[in-house]
Design a protein around this ligand. Structure first.
Ligand code: ADP
Ligand code: MG
Length: 412
């Protein structure tokens, strides 16, 4: 082969390889369930032991599971139940399970529709009373003589928005049914959520409790190593990259989802740059991008007056006004409201909104002593001006506010 052919082959191989870092990027997605879950053996076997009795026709105890996001709760529960279902199918045991993500499903009515569907009911999406749908669900359970395991994932979202009535009804179903049984697995990301529950509901839902602690950096490393093996081609990801993803996610709150996101986004950045390896610098970029996406989502979903308060701080900062205090922000904010034909909130309310923005890190409000003003807050943006303008770019009236010049708010 001629030198030039070698040269071209080299280029094309690199090119192809550069485009093909991933074997299968889906395995880094949060809903992928791997065939092995390192460091969750204890939780896995406890849940299996508690639910095991359904194989012999008795009910498993209700379980209340909690732990922060990304600690493997959903993955472990689905893993155990998929396996349980496989075994029960082989035996011909009448076991079914119904998985509902309460946050995504949204309303009590829709949750009950899902419960009904799991026992073969077809329920219209509107038009029936919730209690009627629940009755039909109970009848279908009894008729089909099933042992149903109901998984209510992110149950805290349901109860915060709609109360614990449904959970109460579900825990009582076993008292009326003769030929069917229901076990509930409730999963919560919010550790303080127990406080919201009625003691009666808590005692029946929490017959057993399983806690998922945050992962350490070393545990995350094991998880990532296994996943990287099936997600990427060989030699694409070095240990240094895995270590960095693990360390960053461990510093967050031991969140495996964050660790996997970092690795996936880093891989996508490397691919876009036509690299043939994922490097630590790509992980740093990924960290940045994920953080920016998070901030951007928070900004986009702010209530309108918070947006306007933030715009005021943005304008003051752009105009290089120093030592901005609440009064300055309020003055600009009032003028903006005026300009948009909106009724401004009181200064007290605006001060409260500034506090909220401060808590979420979007602005920094530092208490200082200002002589004749007494104690007041010195306010600055906590995020870059560019991220604000890009987050607000799909809202034309806010976008226009951001272009106001100092002349607009300096003249009174
Ligand atoms: P949670 O429900 O606690 O928020 P998930 O179960 O959704 O967390 O896990 C988040 C991500 O991390 C998923 O992609 C999941 O597959 C992965 N994951 C969590 N724990 C493990 C583990 N022990 N081994 C492998 N992957 C895991
Ligand atoms: Mg989950």
């Amino acid at each position: 082969m001629s030198g030039n052919t070698d040269q071209l082959n080299d280029i094309f191989t690199k090119f192809l390889h550069g485009k093909k870092l991933f074997v299968d990027r889906q395995v880094l997605r949060p809903d992928f369930i791997p065939t092995n879950l390192p460091h969750r053996g204890t939780q896995l076997s406890r849940i299996a032991k508690i639910m095991g009795p359904v194989l012999t026709g008795t009910r498993g105890s209700n379980i209340f599971i909690y732990g922060k996001t990304g600690t493997g709760k959903t993955a472990v529960v689905k893993f155990v139940l998929n396996h349980l279902l496989k075994v029960s199918n082989q035996m011909g045991a009448p076991v079914k399970y119904c998985y509902v993500n309460c946050r995504l499903t949204g309303t009590i009515y829709r949750v009950i529709i899902k419960l009904g569907e799991s026992v073969g009911l077809k329920i219209p999406f509107t038009g029936l009373a919730t209690s009627e749908v629940f009755d039909r669900f109970e009848n279908a359970l009894e008729l089909n003589q099933v042992l149903l395991i109901v998984v209510l994932d992110e149950i805290d979202a349901l109860i915060k928005n709609h109360g614990d009535n449904l959970i109460y009804e579900l825990t009582r179903v076993n008292e009326t049914l003769k030929n069917a049984k229901v076990s509930i697995i409730g999963i919560s990301n919010d550790l303080l959520f127990k406080d919201l529950l009625d003691p009666r509901v808590l005692s029946s839902l929490g017959e057993e409790e399983v806690v998922f602690r945050p992962y350490t950096a070393l545990e995350l490393k094991d998880i990532l190593l296994e996943r990287a093996k099936i997600a990427f081609h060989e030699n694409v990801v070095d240990t240094g990259v895995i270590n960095l993803c693990s360390a960053l996610a461990a510093a967050e709150h031991g969140d495996a989802r964050r660790a996997l996101d970092l690795l996936r986004v880093a891989g996508e950045i490397a691919e876009r740059d036509n690299e043939n390896k994922v490097l630590e610098v790509h992980v740093r970029y990924a960290q940045n991008k994920i953080e920016q996406d998070r901030v951007s989502l928070v900004l986009k979903t702010l209530p309108i007056h918070s947006k306007l308060v933030l715009c005021s701080i943005y304008l003051l900062q752009k105009a290089a006004v120093e030592n901005v205090i609440t009064g300055d922000v309020y003055e600009v904010y009032s003028k903006i409201c005026n300009d948009l034909n909106m009724e401004p909130l009181t200064q007290r309310r605006v001060s409260g909104l500034i506090n909220e923005l401060d808590i979420s890190g979007i602005v920094n409000a530092r208490l200082v002593n200002f002589g004749r003003y007494g104690r007041t807050k010195k306010i600055r943006l906590g995020v870059s001006t560019s991220i604000i303008s890009s987050a607000f770019s799909d809202d034309s009236s806010i976008e226009r506010v951001l272009t106001y010049t100092p002349a607009f708010f300096k003249k009174s």
